[in-house]
Design a protein around this ligand. Structure first.
Ligand SMILES: C[S@@+](CC[C@H](N)C(=O)[O-])C[C@H]1O[C@@H](n2cnc3c(N)ncnc32)[C@H](O)[C@@H]1O
Length: 355
């Protein structure tokens, strides 16, 4: 019954999400086909097996997906919901498809203007649905699943589940982060979101440690540097452009007016971050050089994507970095994700494993 895998992505990146899921599903032998339309901000992978979408939730690692914000395994589209008293038929389907207890549920819409117009409707239906699920004793703190109800209109909805440990903890994969009032740029949220996504919370204290040092390439005006300084990390900010004076006044930032592609650190640092707007392959080579030479232990970097072949461009960059790292024999972890705050770009993360 759960033979549709629903995947949320950034509007305009449906092709990339489709290519990605088709590739991965093929690799694990869960065959099917993709249904999507440009600009819809979601993709549906229909599996030939009746529970193929559930198999994909179990066999694929959500954190390895690059262009997907959130996913769930769904039953066929409900396309004739009544205008009134929707809870009854919805509840029947919940009891049919959920294989265990629910820890949580969310009523969702796609991230398009049309989708957002349904946000009030979704809020309204949330309260009676919660009451109905509680009354049937379907929600428990120790539950394994999250119920998703994605409304395309008042009469059309997808219902399905994800597992709590292999999905985004954020509704629709969208983190609620606020630009700090004194941050020099909105870009600050890209680095904050990257940390949330790539670093488990319990490891922040150790991996984003105060009194360590970082290099920020393409740092101006300082949104990313701001995040590092806020955690007590001293920063070498490399950029010919001006840095925000308040950030310089902290005494924790050294502004280096050099070309980021030529700059070499005097001593290795813990972190490299890079938000340079340049060709993705050039940035990938730069990151590969820093990590393979041991100039930093961990890096977060942004790759601005070309207009065409964006999925392939990220795969090529991954390959370039991996080839360089494999020559060193060091164990490392490398992932990419188009974060909510990313536009025509993806964020990469690489780190050495300390044994
Ligand atoms: C998107 S902005 C960075 C924004 C910054 N992360 C923030 O949060 O405020 C890109 C920056 O890269 C810098 N840049 C581009 N090419 C560079 C290069 N070769 N060397 C150093 N900086 C470069 C630009 O001057 C620009 O300030």
């Amino acid at each position: 019954m759960l033979n549709h895998l629903l995947l949320y992505c950034r509007q305009g990146f449906e092709k990339e999400a489709a290519a990605e899921i088709a590739n991965l599903a093929d690799q694990v032998g869960v065959y099917g086909y993709v249904k999507t339309s440009e600009g819809s901000a979601h993709v549906c992978y229909v599996t030939h097996d009746a529970d193929g979408a559930l198999q994909l939730l179990r066999q694929l690692d959500f954190h390895q997906l690059m262009f997907v914000r959130q996913w769930f395994a769904a039953a066929p589209l409900l396309d004739d919901l009544p205008e009134q008293n929707r809870i009854g038929p919805l509840l029947e389907l919940v009891e049919e498809i959920v294989p265990g207890k629910l820890a949580d549920f969310s009523v969702e819409y796609v991230d398009t203007n049309e989708g957002k117009a349904l946000s009030g409707f979704c809020r309204k239906i949330t309260v009676p649905l919660r009451q109905a699920l509680k009354k049937k004793n379907l929600i428990k703190a120790s539950g394994k699943y999250r119920l998703h109800l994605l409304f395309l209109s008042g009469r059309q909805a997808w219902m399905g589940i994800s597992t709590m440990e292999n999905s985004s903890p954020w509704t629709m994969g969208i983190p609620r982060l606020k630009v700090p009032r004194d941050a020099p740029s909105r870009a600050t949220l890209k680095l904050e979101e990257a940390w949330h996504f790539f670093i488990p919370e319990e490891e922040w204290a150790d991996r984003l440690k105060a009194r360590t040092r970082a290099v920020d390439l393409g740092a101006a005006p300082g949104g990313w540097t701001y995040q590092l300084v806020a955690r007590g990390i001293s920063v070498y900010a490399v950029d010919n452009g001006p840095m925000a004076p308040e950030l310089m006044a902290t005494g924790m930032v050294e502004h280096i007016r050099e070309d980021a592609f030529l700059y070499e650190p005097r001593k290795p640092v813990q972190w490299l971050v890079s938000d340079i707007a340049d060709k993705p392959a050039r940035v990938a080579d730069l990151v590969g050089r820093w990590l393979s030479k041991g100039w930093c232990r961990e890096a977060i970097f942004n790759l601005k994507l070309p207009m065409k072949q964006r999925f392939q461009a990220v795969l090529d960059c991954r390959e370039r970095i991996a080839t360089r790292m494999d020559e060193t024999g060091v164990r490392y972890e490398l992932r990419f994700r188009q974060l909510y705050h990313d536009r025509e770009e993806v964020t990469g993360h690489i780190r050495w494993f300390s044994d």
